[in-house]
Design a protein around this ligand. Structure first.
Ligand SMILES: [Zn+2]
Ligand SMILES: [Zn+2]
Length: 175
């Protein structure tokens, strides 16, 4: 029986251990029992964050010697509770950091995409809400194309017939 860290769905954990080995993810074997997952706002508009108790140099040293990273906490934004697909994607992103893939390189993003792909706008209430906030923050005098997302300044009162970027018949994004 594989030990699964508390708060991590079993299917995600099995994909993580299937795709990672201790060469690329030396902290992986240490995570069960030492990893805590909390639903708390990580701040700065982020959806998730991984916190180690050790500083970066100490972590690098422990990576080299295949030692454990000590206690690790992953914070996930409480909004993610309503959005399983984005929750899984964010959680896997952070689990990879916690396992020892500290950098945002292509290995990190390829693995995250493979284990739990980022949802499309259509499939994610949180991404839709984020987009809505962007729309609401745009100045009033802006047209926003509902097709390609291009925004441009309103110079005339009449609605443009075509989007200057994608040239599709103009339908404004809903506000
Ligand atoms: Zn990250
Ligand atoms: Zn357009």
């Amino acid at each position: 029986m594989v030990e699964v860290p508390k708060g991590v769905p079993e299917h995600l954990w099995s994909s993580v251990i299937e795709l990672l080995d201790t060469d690329i993810a030396p902290f992986l074997p240490y995570l069960p029992g030492r990893l805590e997952i909390l639903y708390e706002d990580p701040g700065e508009g982020r959806m998730g964050i991984t916190r180690f108790k050790m500083d970066h140099n100490e972590l690098e040293r422990r990576r080299r010697f295949r030692m454990g990273p000590g206690e690790v906490v992953i914070l996930l934004h409480p909004e993610l509770i309503d959005d399983p697909a984005l929750r899984d994607h964010t959680l896997v992103h952070e689990l990879l950091h916690a396992s020892g893939l500290l950098a945002h390189d292509s290995l990190h993003s390829d693995l995250a995409e493979k284990i739990a792909p980022a949802p499309t706008l259509k499939n994610s209430v949180v991404l839709q809400r984020m987009r809505q906030r962007v729309l609401e923050s745009l100045p009033e005098r802006t047209w926003l194309c509902g097709n390609c997302g291009h925004a441009w300044e309103r110079r005339r009162v009449t609605r443009p017939t075509r989007c200057p970027k994608c040239a599709r018949p103009f339908s404004p994004a809903s506000k």
